[in-house]
Design a protein around this ligand. Structure first.
Ligand code: ZN
Length: 461
């Protein structure tokens, strides 16, 4: 059966590679960036098993949460898998015990003593495998062909996945997917110093949630996030990642008070309520709600290509969590050529994330912080801009701030103070216009421009 997914060559390649790795006795971890169709690759692998390689084989597909079960099944059907072959194992449902393909949530599987017989065990969101229940399930299938699928090959606590997988296969690079027009790059705004997290302790490789919530749940920080959204991303569909429910509630209230249509999405929502807000035909998609505030609910297994902005208010030390969150906005859609990231958490600087370069993965370390291929960054210095730029950029594309002093050097070479002043005045006008364009109220723009120009021509005017 021909489907819309057939054109994706890298997905076919990944499926072939998977079988070659299995034939060689490997337990592969397939890394596929957010937005690259990870579940489609999973579906194609399953289809290949039951239709081509091994008609009698039973396949067990494990997903992280029950909310992903239906999505996974839908993708399997869209890829042309016979619905009669698919059984669902979840709480309160007997399921079709004889179905050849079982899709199960990990919670359900770890509660049930009886395991379906399976020659193939495929873990979706495979970076969770190290949690006890995942590991226990994997141990019950010593003879099965095992593989993991993930966008972020690092456990949330930063530990290695090496004890569960034997090799890592990179399905596609972000840059390739961007060139193909499947993903769009982020336009990042961040803050050089980031937020002060003095006194917030670390637990299992990331910040203590309670202490972090206190540090972030401050009216000025939340107010800043609302201001920046209105200035940088007004009217765009956004998701805001918070630390705790309390933090999320305060944040949603501030957005609403600021005249932005905002709603909270939390773990207690049932599938129907969730769909009505976050689904393809939901309020966020339709633009009835512009901003959805959440803790971790939508950082995985949720895709809305129409999303145009990600606001990070949850500082993290986990590159994996960071990538899960930031990746939500990366799907291409319509005329979207980039998406906006407002990093109030200072995550880009803390995690030293390069711009416009592909992350380098390893099974041992998850994300390798290797020097090669890494692009150092700097933050635009005008107080109101904060755009994250590659170190080589000389003029900020957003506000026009000039990092090198070319203007100054040129004028000094001419040695004419009068011309210098004229140049500064001309620059001043351009600068004011740019500042107003960037969303600063006109009454503040002049003073801000004066500061920029004073810096640019320091000692010469
Ligand atoms: Zn700038």
């Amino acid at each position: 059966m021909k489907t819309a997914f057939d054109k994706r060559k890298y997905q076919e390649d990944a499926v072939q590679a998977l079988f070659e790795l299995w034939d060689a006795g490997q337990k592969p971890l397939l890394v596929s960036p957010a937005g690259s169709g990870k579940t489609v690759i999973l579906a194609k692998a399953v289809k290949e098993i039951v239709e081509v390689r091994d008609h009698m084989a039973c396949v067990l597909v494990l997903v992280h949460t029950e909310s992903i079960l239906k999505q996974t099944r839908d993708t399997f059907l869209a890829c042309g898998i016979d619905p009669e072959l698919i059984g669902i194992l979840k709480a309160g449902v007997e399921g079709d015990a004889v179905a050849q393909i079982q899709i199960a949530s990990v919670q359900t599987m770890s509660r049930r003593k009886v395991r379906p017989a399976s020659g193939y065990v495929l873990f979706d969101e495979a970076h969770h495998i190290a949690s006890c229940s995942w590991a226990a399930i994997a141990k019950d299938y010593p003879r099965a062909r095992l593989a993991g699928f993930t966008a972020t090959p690092e456990r949330l606590d930063g530990k290695s996945l090496k004890e569960f997988y034997s090799t890592l296969y990179e399905v596609a690079k972000k840059s390739e997917l961007e060139r193909e027009g499947r993903l769009v790059p982020p336009e990042v705004f961040t803050w050089e110093k980031g937020v002060s997290l003095d006194g917030v302790r670390s637990v299992r490789g990331d910040y203590n949630n309670g202490e972090l919530s206190k540090a972030m749940n401050r009216p000025n920080l939340i107010g800043d996030a609302v201001d920046h959204y209105k200035r940088r991303a007004k009217g765009k569909r956004a998701v805001v990642f918070c630390v705790s429910i309390l933090h999320a509630e305060a944040t949603v209230a501030a957005f609403v008070a600021g005249g932005v249509k905002a709603e909270i999405a939390h773990g207690g929502m049932n599938t129907r309520a969730r769909d009505k807000l976050l689904g393809a035909g939901g309020r966020l998609s339709k633009g009835e709600t512009k901003v959805v505030v959440t803790c971790q609910l939508v950082s995985e297994g949720w895709d809305l290509p129409k999303l145009e902005c990600v606001v990070m208010m949850r500082p993290t030390k986990s590159r994996s969590l960071f990538e899960q969150q930031v990746g939500r906005g990366a799907r291409a859609w319509g005329k979207k050529t980039s998406y906006t990231v407002l990093d109030h958490a200072g995550n880009y600087r803390r995690l030293d994330v390069g711009l416009g370069v592909d992350p380098v993965y390893s099974l041992e370390e998850g994300y390798e912080n290797r020097g090669d291929g890494k692009c150092p960054t700097k933050v635009c210095r005008t107080s109101w801009c904060g755009m994250l730029l590659p170190i080589s950029v000389q003029v900020c594309p957003t506000c026009g701030f000039e990092f090198d002093m070319r203007t100054k050097e040129m004028i000094v070479a001419e040695g004419e103070l009068v011309r210098m002043r004229a140049a500064a005045e001309a620059d001043m006008e351009v600068c004011i216009a740019r500042i107003i364009w960037a969303g600063i109220p006109p009454e503040e723009a002049k003073a801000e421009a004066a500061r920029v120009i004073a810096g640019r021509y320091a000692g010469y005017v």
